[in-house]
Design a protein around this ligand. Structure first.
Ligand code: NAD
Ligand code: GLY
Length: 386
């Protein structure tokens, strides 16, 4: 076993106290410090449809809202009206909905819309949707005329706490997920908590997986808070959601601010993802949602950490119980040990076929390690993959 990078504890702003009486309607900004690419993540209620939310962003003759066939009918017109005073024409393109459409063909349809309408290099793209729309819009913005500004308006919990923040953009290749893309930062992220009320329950749970993730990797006080408020989060209590989104964005902004291009520390954000990606790919994309696979993957990652002597059994039990209470699976699908190992070798963190895992070095601090094959097999068997 080798320690490839034992990430230092993330220096984080202290978590705020439980804001049970704080109205989610108060807009709170989290800042991501990236020099001339720094930006704000605006979090609050009733933001999406207010012109003031977009003040300070580039004005241009054309804006293009990129959304999909599910989200555009819900929120497209509200966003278009809010932007109408900033741009002479506000166009909207509706992509087909689903991970299966996160590909070149769909990306090209964004370029087609831009070119057909004579969009110039000052055109601003607005990503209105979940992580699929956000990742594709960001990649389109990075490519169109070698780069135009874009704004993330994430509408899933997962996108608000993870995918819209940090500038990872891209599409899938038939041979691998998110294999084509660019680091390209948005100009602003707008997290309107109200839109979470229309999310299907499974999608809400998928977002909770990424929220839970921030506890063991960076902030056990936040983990305690999530445990105490998991029922309120599942019930979509606005104040609880507001606090969870804000604290998650603070942690992600800190990590990305220290390691934008994932030369080390940023990899800790992939806790649960090596196991999770293998589950997603093994079952076929869409069978389990990304967040569901990450939830189960975190349980597996905790078991591996325990077998490496880093955390104790009560910690693993606590994490497992929380993942379960969030409505997420904690038992792996029976894909078989060999198949899971084969799929994990395809993970982007692998080097020369050697699988790397994000492990919990101690509750609240993560690192990246390889692990003896026998221990990995034990975990796969214990968690139901055999
Ligand atoms: P998604 O974008 O597919 O959205 C989930 C579903 O919810 C879709 O059917 C969507 O149309 C619908 N939806 C979205 N907002 C809604 C709303 N407010 N009301 C009702 N329905 C709504 O899935 P996701 O979980 O948001 O994102 C997953 C994607 O994010 C994956 O492609 C993953 O690779 C990517 N991702 C990227 C990063 C990153 O750092 N860039 C991080 C994590 C995940
Ligand atoms: N979601 C992992 C990252 O942004 O690095």
């Amino acid at each position: 076993m080798s320690i490839l990078s034992s990430a230092p504890a993330v220096a984080l702003a202290a978590a705020s106290a439980v804001p049970a009486d704080v109205s989610a309607s108060v807009r709170q900004d989290v800042h991501i410090e990236l020099g001339d690419r720094a930006y704000a993540i605006a979090i609050g209620s009733d933001l999406l449809g207010q012109a003031a939310t977009y003040e300070g962003l580039p004005t241009s003759s054309t804006a293009l809202i990129v959304s999909n066939t599910t989200v555009a009918p819900l929120y497209g017109e509200r966003l278009r009206l809010a932007l109408a005073g900033r741009h002479r024409q506000v166009l909207l393109v509706e992509l087909p909905d689903g991970e299966v459409h996160k590909n070149w063909t769909t990306l090209n349809s964004i370029f087609d819309t831009l070119l057909v309408h004579g969009a110039d290099r000052k055109t601003v793209l607005y990503a209105l949707g979940g992580g699929v729309v956000g990742d594709m819009t960001g990649f389109a913005a990075a490519c169109y005329m070698r780069g135009v500004p874009f704004v993330q308006v994430p509408t899933t919990l997962l996108a608000q706490v993870d995918s819209s923040v940090g500038g990872k953009t891209g599409i899938n290749h038939p041979l691998g997920k998110n294999m084509l893309g660019a680091f390209y930062q948005p100009q602003r992220v707008v997290c309107d908590l109200d839109v979470l009320q229309t999310l299907p329950p499974r999608e809400l749970s998928a977002g909770l997986a990424e929220i839970i993730k921030y506890g063991p990797i960076a902030d056990m006080a936040f983990f305690d808070w999530i445990e105490a408020h998991i029922d309120a989060l599942v019930a979509r209590d606005p104040a609880a959601l507001g606090h969870a989104v804000r604290r998650s964005c603070e942690i992600k902004a800190d990590v990305v601010g220290q390691d934008e291009r994932e030369s080390g520390l940023r990899a800790i954000l992939n806790f649960g993802h090596t196991f999770g990606h293998a589950i997603e790919a093994g079952l076929g994309y869409g069978a389990w949602l990304h967040g569901e696979a990450v939830g189960c993957g975190m349980v597996m990652g905790a078991h591996l950490s325990q077998r490496l002597g880093l955390v104790d059994a009560p910690f693993v039990a606590r994490l497992t119980r929380l993942v379960e209470r969030a409505g997420l699976p904690v038992t792996a699908p029976k894909l078989g040990v060999e198949r899971m190992v084969e799929l994990m070798r395809l993970d982007k963190k692998s080097e020369a076929g050697e699988i790397k895992f994000v492990v919990i070095e101690e509750p609240g601090r993560a690192g990246v390690r390889t692990a003896p094959h026998a221990l990995v097999v034990e975990v796969l068997r214990h968690c139901g993959a055999a």
